[in-house]
Design a protein around this ligand. Structure first.
Ligand SMILES: [Zn+2]
Length: 77
């Protein structure tokens, strides 16, 4: 039985130029910006940075405030 530790694990493997093959990656928080968070994907084998991802406001807001699912919808007209 495998238990999933991270529900929002998006990129599990990326090509690593150092290892010359696709490697499992680890996501870590790089920067906290006013508009969101900058995450970095690093190779679990050689720790090379393989990519970046920006987690923007709405995702964070909905994660922190799950009490009003209807009110958190995008402002669509
Ligand atoms: Zn690597």
């Amino acid at each position: 039985m495998q238990q999933q530790q991270f529900g929002k694990f998006t990129a599990s493997e990326l090509y690593c130029p150092k290892c010359k093959t696709s490697q499992p990656v680890r996501e870590r928080l790089l920067l906290v910006l006013p508009s969101g968070e900058l995450h970095e994907f690093v190779c679990t084998r050689c720790a090379t940075s393989l990519g970046k991802r920006t987690v923007t406001g709405p995702a964070l807001a909905s994660a922190e405030q799950p009490s009003h699912p209807g009110a958190q919808r995008r402002l669509l007209r």
